[in-house]
Design a protein around this ligand. Structure first.
Ligand code: ADP
Ligand code: ZN
Length: 603
C-alpha cells in the first residue's frame, strides 16, 4: 500500500500540516502535472518535490547547481530514513559505479544531480533504464539568460521534456520576476496551468532599523541581550572594517570570523565551513559572503553600514531564518553612509543615466530607514506586493514613532541652506542654525546671516533628523560634485512661501534595545536557557558523530518546541513538529532523558 502525502508529511518529516500552498503543489505534482513554484527562501520548497518523489512510483531526480550543498541535503534525507544519493563531480569512479548500481537496483528514492552531469549521455541512459517519479529543477531562475545566476547547462535541461515526456517536472526558485518566470516555463516546457507564485514576504524576520549613535555599542547590546550563542552575519561596507570588527567581537567573547574577497581563498573557505558546521559563529563579512549559503538557522543579519539598494538589503537580510523560526534583521545607518555611498557612486563607472538610477535606489533605502510606517509594507510594495495592514513584526509596528509639526524648523533649515549658498553639508548648516562659534563660521562670515542662531531651541540630533528626513522627502539633494553639499529642490518652494505645512517623525534618542529586561535570549525564556544550551550541545555531539551539520539532527524550531511542550514519552515526543518516525527512533531516548533531567532540576 502506498502512503498518502499527508502520511509521508507526518511520519517521515514529522510535520502536522502543509504550509501555505505546499499541499496544492504536492497534489498537482503527484497527479503528474508540471509546475512552476516561486516561493521565498524558507517557504518550504523542498517538500514540494520530496513528497511527490516518495509518493509516486520510482526515483525522484533533483537538479541543483549548488554542489557544495548536496552532501548536506542527502544527509538530511538519510536522517529521516529516506534513501538518497547525489551524482556530481566530487565523486570518484568507484563511488560513481556504486551509486549507479544502487539506482539500477531501485534502492535510491531521491537523487540529486548537478545539471552538467544530468545532461551527459551516460546519465540519461542510466535514468532511462529506471522509473522516474518526478524531476525537480531547483534554482530554476538559472535558466534565465539575462539573470545574474545564469548557467549554460540549464539551457540543456530541455532534454527532460523530450526524453521523459511523461515524467512531471517541477521548477522551483525564490527569485523570479515575471519575465524570468516566462523564460523558465518556455525553456523547461512546463504547462502554463500549474503555476504557484507565492510572494516575497518573510514573516518570521523582524525588521529593525536604527540610527547610528555608537554602532559598536549598539551591536554589542543587541548581541549580548538577544542573540548570545546564535549564528548570524554582520555586514560591513569595507574589507578593513570587516577585519576590525571581527577582531573586536572576538575580544568581546564572540566566536566571530571575517570573510571578504581580499582574504586567501583557503581562509575564506575555512571560515565558511566553520560557519555552516558549528553553532553560534558570527560571520563578519562584506557582501562577498552569502551566495549559495544555505544555513537554515542564521538567527540575525546585522548591517553596520547602509546597503546601497533595497534589492541588496532584502537579499542579504533574507539569509536569516530560512528555517522559519523567529529571526532579526537589524540595520544601523547614518547620514555619513549616504554621503559616502553617494560619493562612491559619483566616482564609479557608467553613464549619467545609470548613476541617476543608482542614486534613486540609494534614496529608496534612506526612505526605508527614515519612514515611520510599517517597514514590511514598504519593502513588499517595492517588489510590487500589497500588504493590507501593518505587519506587527517590525520596529515601527512594535513601537510606532510619534510625529510633530516641523513647518517652522523646516523653513529655518531650508532658508539657512539657501543663505549659505548651497555649498555646505548638513553639519555646517546646523552649526550656523545653532549659532555656534567656530573658525569656519567666522571665515565665511556666516555669523552675520539672518538665520545665524535661529535654531538654538533644537538640539543637534533633532536638526540632523530634520535634514535626513528632508532628503528622504526630496526637499534636499546632495551635490555629488561638491563635498556632500546640500542643494534645494523644486519641492522647497511652497514651504518657503508658507503655503505648505510639514509633519516629521520625532527624533528618538537611541535608547537601549527592546527586551533588555532579559526575559528572552534567542527567543528562549531565561529560565529555559540551561536546557536550551544543553540541547544544543547534545545536538552538536550527535551531529559530529555522523559528520553532518547540527540542523540535520533537529532544527532550532524543533528544539524550542521541545522546551515549550516538555514531552515526557515517545508519543508526546512524536507530536513535536520536526520529529518523525526515524528521528524518534534515533534520538528520542537521548532527548527525553535530557528533558527529564532538567524538569526535575526546575522543580
Ligand atoms: P526553501 O527551500 O524554500 O528555502 P526549505 O524547504 O528548506 O525552504 O524549508 C524551510 C524550513 O521550513 C525547513 O526547516 C523545513 O523543515 C521547514 N518546513 C517546511 N515545510 C514545513 C511544514 N509544512 N511544517 C513545518 N515546517 C516546515
Ligand atoms: Zn510592520
Amino acid at each position: 500500500m502506498t502512503q498518502t502525502s499527508l502520511e509521508i508529511l507526518q511520519h517521515t518529516f514529522g510535520y502536522d500540516a502543509f504550509r501555505g500552498r505546499q499541499g496544492d503543489i504536492v497534489d498537482a505534482v503527484v497527479e503528474g502535472q508540471n509546475a512552476l513554484v516561486v516561493m521565498p527562501t524558507g517557504g518550504g520548497k523542498s517538500l514540494c518535490f520530496q513528497i511527490p518523489a516518495l509518493e509516486r512510483q520510482g526515483m525522484g531526480v533533483v537538479v541543483s547547481p549548488l554542489i557544495a550543498l548536496m552532501q548536506d541535503q542527502v544527509s538530511a534525507l538519510s536522517a529521516l530514513g529516506v534513501n538518497a544519493a547525489f551524482l556530481n563531480s566530487s565523486l570518484d569512479m568507484y563511488q560513481l559505479n556504486e551509486i549507479e548500481e544502487l539506482i539500477r537496483a531501485g534502492e535510491i528514492h531521491i537523487l540529486y544531480v548537478a545539471p552538467e552531469r544530468l545532461v551527459q549521455p551516460r546519465t540519461i541512459e542510466l535514468l532511462k533504464a529506471v522509473q522516474i517519479s518526478v524531476f525537480a529543477i531547483d534554482e530554476a531562475h538559472c535558466v534565465a539568460q539575462w539573470g545574474h545566476d545564469f548557467r549554460a547547462d540549464y539551457l540543456r535541461l530541455n532534454v527532460l521534456a523530450q526524453v521523459f515526456p511523461h515524467v512531471p517536472r517541477v521548477a522551483l526558485t525564490a527569485t523570479a520576476d515575471s519575465r524570468t518566470q516566462e523564460e523558465i516555463v518556455n525553456r523547461l516546457q512546463l504547462d502554463q496551468n500549474a503555476q504557484f507564485i507565492c510572494g516575497f514576504d518573510r514573516p518570521n524576520i523582524e525588521y529593525r532599523i536604527r540610527l547610528k549613535a555608537n554602532p559598536r555599542k549598539q551591536l554589542l547590546h543587541f548581541l549580548s541581550t538577544e542573540q548570545s550563542g546564535s549564528a548570524g552575519i554582520v555586514y560591513c561596507l569595507s574589507r578593513r572594517k570587516v577585519d576590525d570588527v571581527a577582531i573586536w567581537l572576538k575580544g568581546e567573547g564572540f566566536d566571530a570570523l571575517p570573510y571578504h574577497a581580499g582574504m586567501p581563498a583557503r581562509d575564506r573557505q575555512q571560515n565558511q565551513a566553520r560557519f555552516l558546521r558549528e553553532e553560534g559563529v558570527v560571520m563578519v563579512a562584506t557582501i562577498a559572503f552569502g551566495m549559495g549559503i544555505d544555513k537554515p538557522n542564521v538567527r540575525f543579519v546585522a548591517h553596520l553600514d547602509m546597503p546601497k539598494s533595497i534589492e541588496a538589503y532584502y537579499q542579504e537580510t533574507g539569509r536569516a531564518g530560512r528555517d522559519g523560526d523567529a529571526s532579526t534583521a537589524l540595520m544601523f545607518y547614518g547620514m555619513e553612509d549616504v554621503v559616502k555611498l553617494t560619493q562612491m557612486l559619483a566616482k564609479s563607472e557608467g553613464n549619467e543615466q545609470h548613476k541617476m538610477h543608482e542614486r534613486q535606489r540609494l534614496n529608496a533605502v534612506l526612505g526605508l530607514c527614515e519612514m515611520t510606517a510599517c517597514r514590511r509594507q514598504a519593502l513588499l510594495r517595492y517588489f510590487g506586493e500589497v500588504l493590507e495592514t501593518g505587519c506587527g513584526n517590525c520596529d515601527n509596528c512594535i513601537n510606532p514613532p510619534a510625529t510633530w509639526d516641523a513647518t517652522e524648523a523646516v523653513r529655518k533649515a531650508l532658508s539657512c541652506v539657501y543663505r549659505t549658498g548651497q555649498r555646505f553639508g548638513a553639519a555646517h548648516v546646523i552649526d550656523v542654525l545653532r549659532g555656534s562659534e567656530n573658525e569656519k563660521i567666522r571665515q565665511f562670515g556666516h555669523n552675520s546671516l539672518s538665520t545665524y542662531g535661529l535654531g538654538k531651541d533644537l538640539s543637534v540630533d533633532v536638526w540632523r533628523s530634520v535634514f535626513r528626513q528632508l532628503m528622504v522627502l526630496g526637499h534636499l539633494d546632495i551635490d555629488v560634485g561638491g563635498f556632500g553639499s546640500l542643494l534645494l529642490t523644486e519641492k522647497c518652494r511652497s514651504i518657503l512661501r508658507g503655503e505648505e505645512s510639514i509633519q516629521l517623525s520625532e527624533y528618538i534618542k537611541t535608547k537601549p534595545e527592546r527586551k533588555s529586561s532579559k526575559k528572552f535570549v534567542a527567543d528562549v525564556a531565561m529560565e529555559d536557557q540551561a536546557l536550551w544550551n544543553a540541547m544544543r550541545r547534545c545536538r552538536k555531539e550527535l551531529a559530529d558523530e555522523d559528520n553532518v551539520p547540527p540542523y540535520v539532527v533537529f532544527s532550532d524550531a524543533t528544539l524550542k518546541e521541545m522546551i515549550v511542550k516538555r514531552p515526557m514519552n515517545d508519543s508526546e515526543f512524536l507530536c513535536v513538529s520536526g520529529v518523525g518516525d526515524k528521528k524518534l527512533e534515533k534520538y528520542g531516548e537521548i532527548f527525553l532523558e535530557l528533558i527529564r533531567e532538567y524538569e526535575y532540576q526546575d522543580s
